[in-house]
Write a protein that binds this ligand. Structure first.
Ligand code: RFL
Ligand code: PHB
Length: 394
């Protein structure tokens, strides 16, 4: 098998890269380890930055998002029973975010790729990237029980944090930066209408809670829990009672309950691998960097990476111009570290560290008070949350 760009992974990074390359007349093959149903059901992100939504539209993948996605003009911060709204458009010169689940973004991109008759192989597991530092890299993979080789001009490692692409960078050339947080998120999906029309990020002495949504009838809720928590160790009633405690306000606001249909526990980690390129191997999305989900940045960073990568690969393939590829890692890492900074800030602002002292708790409140009372502090949050525009995206 031969193609121009071998893409490992059909998460948002790999699927969008394939779409952008197809639009630019660059051949690619996508290899995905899991089956289609699994990829389309995996519950994850829910918030699209304005630039992410614009990229999906420009790629012809925004029609259902524009019909079914919900524009959100702010979030609520909740602590000590009080509620503070952060209004995005007035603080950012008009930016907002879109609530549209990652599952739906992936479904839309998969449908487009299959409709176009372009190669996307499910249950095709990449085993190794070989020859990344040569002109003829290869991906060894297993599909339908058989081992095969995909020869290509470039490999895009879009295979997430647990993928194999990153391992093809020789250890002597890799630098990694990491922080594991001593807590996790218990996330649930519930057949209950959203209890508030915007997301609520709550700081509480018992731990963080987040109220999000998937549609007018489905809520997505998260609770900070100790790392290593077994999701089955919480009964539905315990989850609702704990959400009630952490989200309680003094003004009669009520949490709407409903049947819980899915639950999982997500560890919290910050991780960056530098550089994001080794020869003809380019890493994108979670394969290169992880953020804790508190800032809603992971999916958006994956999109920013592949927009930069698609442009660079197009210039290299069609015009023999590798300047953008040479700049790829540094260009992406600027944005990545800003997202790491913001995700870390939001995480430490809102979570209870198991070893927190009373001083730490006071400091969290002071930081939240600053956001509630100072426009410049609110503007900084709104600016980072809604995300910087992407170069060259209309
Ligand atoms: P993905 O989505 O992990 O996709 C990688 C794909 O590669 C496949 N794969 C392989 N395929 C072939 N061969 C191999 N050897 C392979 N190894 C792996 C995998 O099966 C998979 O299909 O990475 P990608 O595309 O970089 O996308 C990144 C995002 O998924 C991730 O950053 C976000 O979900 C993070 N995230 C959030 N991001 C946001 O922007 N906004 C949010 O609101 C948000 N909330 C979240 C989140 C992540 C969460 N979890 C579960 C980690 C909330 C949660 C709870
Ligand atoms: C979600 O809806 O899944 C979600 C929203 C905001 C976050 C993280 C997750 O910060």
């Amino acid at each position: 098998m031969r193609t121009t760009v071998a893409i490992i992974g059909a998460g948002p990074a790999g699927l969008l890269l394939a779409r952008l390359l197809h639009g630019a007349d660059v051949d690619c093959v996508v290899l995905e380890r899991r089956d289609r149903a699994y990829v389309e059901r995996r519950q994850r992100a829910g918030i699209l930055e304005q630039a992410t939504a614009d990229v999906l539209r420009a790629a012809g993948a925004g029609a259902r998002m524009d019909r079914e996605g919900l524009r959100h003009d702010g979030i609520e911060l909740r602590y000590d029973g009080r509620r503070h709204r952060v209004d995005f458009p007035s603080l950012t010169g008009g930016r907002s975010v879109t609530v549209y689940a990652q599952t739906e973004v992936c479904k839309d991109l998969i449908a487009l790729r299959l409709r176009d008759g372009q190669p996307l192989l499910f249950e095709a597991e990449a085993l190794a990237v070989e020859g990344a530092a040569t002109d003829r890299p290869r991906v060894r993979f297993r599909h339908q029980g058989r081992e095969d080789v995909l020869e290509c001009a470039y490999v895009a490692g879009c295979d997430g944090f647990w993928g194999v692409a990153r391992a093809a960078v020789p250890p002597g050339l890799s630098r990694t930066y990491e922080r594991a947080y001593p807590y996790a998120w218990l996330g649930v999906l519930a057949d209950a209408p959203p209890s508030h029309d915007e997301l609520v990020y709550a700081r509480h002495d018992r731990g963080f809670a987040l109220l999000s949504l998937r549609s007018p009838t489905v809520s997505r809720l998260y609770l900070q829990v100790p790392e290593g928590t077994d999701p089955a160790s919480w009964s539905d009633a315990e989850i609702w009672d704990e959400l009630d405690r952490r989200l309680e306000t003094g003004d009669g606001w009520r949490l709407k309950r409903g049947p819980i249909t899915a639950r999982s526990v997500t560890p919290m980690r910050s991780f960056v691998h530098e550089p994001m390129r080794h020869g003809r191997l380019l890493l994108a999305g979670d394969a290169a960097h992880i953020v804790p989900p508190t800032g809603a940045k992971g999916l958006n960073l994956a999109v920013a990476d592949v927009v930069t990568l698609a442009r660079a690969l197009t210039a290299a393939v069609h015009r023999g111009d590798s300047a953008l590829l040479d700049a790829y890692s540094a260009t992406c890492l600027d944005r990545v570290w800003q997202a790491e900074r913001f995700a870390h800030t939001m995480t430490t602002l809102l979570h209870r560290h198991p070893e927190a002292t009373p001083f730490d708790g006071r400091l969290q409140r002071a930081r939240l008070d600053r956001i509630a009372t100072c426009r410049a502090a609110r503007a900084e949050l709104a600016d980072a949350y809604t995300g910087a525009p992407l170069d060259g995206v209309p």
